[in-house]
Design a protein around this ligand. Structure first.
Ligand code: CTP
Ligand code: MG
Length: 247
């Protein structure tokens, strides 16, 4: 396949505390069928690079308290050769990604290639999902997009929890209008820079990078992702990921 660009940058936030995993071990170092979550994520990008002929440079965003553990962990592993810098994680995901964006700007101030943001914890990302996002930015003139899948479940919006338990339903949005979004979340670099500059200046936070873009008035497109691209968040996700690897 040939694209107008043959390079992409990926910022991989890996500086969370994994609180919902309830484990003493960093969830990114936990194993899914004998290979750690973060090693699987890096291998997925290396496979995409090989299969689609794209050069990838990565910025890994890590907790500054664990810098020496990470340096030791990645030393000598070939899939981490694409990591050109370690950036300092912050207290929130938005802060962590913002630091990744600034690190990328320091490395490549004139960058014109697409930038992906991909959770270290989404270790089952496949090449075709990455390829569809790459095409969207490179070939289809899209500035901001996110991998997503149509929601399978009916979702209810509840009233703010306040002191009422069980929570009270406010309304049920039409399921056909709902998508679950994942990462990668992908940007033209200039747009990404602008979004994070404005978010940091105005103190805007979101659990999702494209939500910042929406808040700031950019058009965001959803590109078909994969139901297998789960995020390792709670203990059962390890078993689910292992089952998905067998399908
Ligand atoms: N992340 C980050 N910096 C933060 C918070 C999250 O780099 N301050 C990263 C995580 O390491 C993860 C990704 O963002 O790869 C998605 O976040 P999530 O799955 O929520 O991970 P955690 O925040 O670590 O988990 P939890 O919310 O359960 O504490
Ligand atoms: Mg989190």
């Amino acid at each position: 396949m040939s694209y107008s660009h043959n390079r992409l940058y990926v910022i991989i936030p890996a500086a969370g505390s994994g609180s919902r995993m309830h484990s003493d071990k960093n969830k990114l170092f936990m194993e899914v069928d004998g290979i750690s979550v973060i090693d699987r994520t890096m291998a997925a990008f290396r496979r995409f690079a090989d299969e689609y002929g794209v050069d990838i440079e990565a910025i890994l965003v890590i907790s500054p308290d664990a810098a020496s553990t990470w340096e030791e962990y990645i030393k000598g592993k070939s899939d981490y050769k694409m990591v050109k810098a370690l950036a300092k994680g912050g207290a929130t995901r938005t802060e962590s990604v913002g630091n990744g964006v600034r690190t990328l700007k320091d490395l490549h101030p004139e960058n014109k290639d697409p930038v992906f943001i991909h959770d270290g914890a989404r270790c089952l990302i496949d090449s075709d999902s990455l390829g569809r996002c790459f095409s969207a930015i490179c070939e289809n003139g899209i500035d901001v997009c996110v991998s997503g899948v149509a929601t399978k479940n009916t979702i209810k919006v509840v009233r703010s929890h306040e002191d009422k338990e069980p929570v009270i339903v406010d309304h049920t949005p039409l399921r056909s209008n709902l998508y679950e979004v994942q990462t990668p979340q992908c940007f033209k670099f200039g747009t990404l820079e602008e979004i994070y500059d404005r978010a940091s200046r105005d103190g805007i936070e979101a659990t999702d990078d494209t939500a910042l873009a929406e808040i700031l008035g950019y058009e965001v497109r959803i590109i078909e992702g994969s139901y297998s691209n789960i995020k390792i968040t709670t203990p059962e996700d390890i078993a689910i990921a292992e089952a998905l690897l067998k399908t």
